[in-house]
Ligand binder design. Structure first.
Ligand code: AMP
Length: 366
């Protein structure tokens, strides 16, 4: 029998889930309020609000339901889990939707994370600025992504404008970490409890948006990988998690600090489509279908560049050896993720050279 997986959200992540699910004989139904989202080219798309009863009715007919967007209403996920298997469990969504709950979860599990304080009022904010110190970042507890809902604080003046911009909704104030680099772990757990982790990826962000991923991360040591995998496993077990979980990390003084989790496939795992034995998308589906997970080893030195705001000439990109182009079918708009390119190289040095060429093509203004 052909299983049907319902997916809340029909963006590029949903599109790539569908692309990886068809070889396994999986069918998909997407729910997304947007008129023609990227996954709608591939499978039936119900243009409905996530909490529309018609959406719940349709999804409850599926064999299982997952999400590709973490801000779907938790109540929808909980309601669905009464009638259909929902993966990952709504509890993971609940925690991942709130930066303060995330911090508390890291603390409970003994996972190091930047110091932070929850703040609801101006008085609490002023106290938090004194406690955390002059180098901080204010973040909304909920609905933040791609650097939205964040303000850097380097002085008292910044603090006042951060409060003016963000205050009024629950916030956290977090110490600004002078990290050496940002890394992420893509981890996956199946419904039978099997766990697998991909090699750590190194991520570079511009204006809060992921720009470039190198995976395996340059200068990756077994000790660093093991430390990240230990944190990943703690999180996966905590939620009896099923599917892919992304853990974003800062590396500082040879240690890892957890920044945040995403309860879904993740942009920093796109390289796994061509660069790993099994992609994160396929493994997410295998996990949800109760199938054995596929191997997570890297098969090359992969580099991934997001195409943001504009799409360079496809022919110029595909001329580069080892380049693979993924376009999401979106209308170009400033700051919008329109696609990505993955490069596969034999060595880290070769990757460095090819990524430099690719950067010049994708981002002519350095
Ligand atoms: P986030 O939405 O929390 O992933 O933040 C977006 C980006 O802002 C991160 O990828 C970092 O580049 C930067 N950032 C967030 N929190 C901190 C922090 N505590 N210290 C330094 N940089 C941060």
């Amino acid at each position: 029998v052909t299983p049907t997986i319902g997916i809340l959200g029909a963006g590029q992540l949903g599109r790539m889930l569908a692309l990886s699910g068809y070889p396994l004989g999986v069918k998909f139904v997407f729910v997304d309020p947007a008129p023609s989202p990227p996954a709608a080219d591939l499978a039936p798309h119900l243009q409905l609000a996530y909490d529309d009863p018609k959406a719940l009715q349709a999804l409850s007919q599926c064999d299982s339901v997952t999400y590709e967007f973490e801000n779907v209403p938790e109540a929808t996920a909980r309601a669905l889990s009464g009638s259909v298997s929902v993966f990952p469990a709504p509890e993971a969504l609940h925690v991942a939707q709130d930066r303060w709950l995330e911090k508390q979860c890291f603390a409970e599990l003994g996972i190091p994370t930047p110091r932070s304080v929850a703040v609801d009022t101006l008085t609490e904010f002023d106290a938090a600025v004194r406690e955390i110190g002059p180098h901080a970042v204010a973040k909304t507890r909920r609905m933040g992504y791609d650097g939205k809902g964040q303000r850097l604080i380097r002085s008292t003046r910044d603090a006042a404008s951060a409060w003016a911009a963000l205050g009024g909704v629950p916030l956290i104030l977090e110490e600004l970490v002078p990290f050496e680099r940002e890394l992420s772990l893509i981890a996956v757990r199946s419904s039978t409890g099997q766990i697998a982790c991909y090699p750590l990826a190194q991520n570079e962000h511009h204006d809060g948006i992921l720009r470039v991923t190198l995976a395996p991360a340059p200068r990756l040591t077994p000790a660093l990988q093991l430390e990240a995998e230990r944190y990943g496993a703690l999180l996966l077990e905590r939620f009896q998690y099923v599917g892919v979980l992304a853990l974003e990390l800062f590396q500082i003084d040879g240690r890892l600090l957890a920044n945040e989790i995403a309860p879904r496939v993740h942009n920093s795992g796109h390289w796994t489509i061509e660069g790993a034995v099994t992609s994160q998308f396929e493994n997410h589906l295998r996990a949800g279908l109760g199938l054995p997970l596929g191997a997570t080893q890297a098969t090359c030195a992969a580099g991934m560049i997001n195409l943001i705001g504009q799409i360079p000439d496809p022919a110029t990109i595909l001329e580069l050896p080892g380049a693979h182009l993924h376009l999401y079918g979106k209308t170009p708009r400033a700051g919008r993720k329109l696609g990505h390119v993955t490069l596969c190289a034999r060595t880290a040095e070769e990757r460095q050279q090819r990524v430099a060429r690719l950067r010049a093509l994708c981002d002519p203004s350095p």
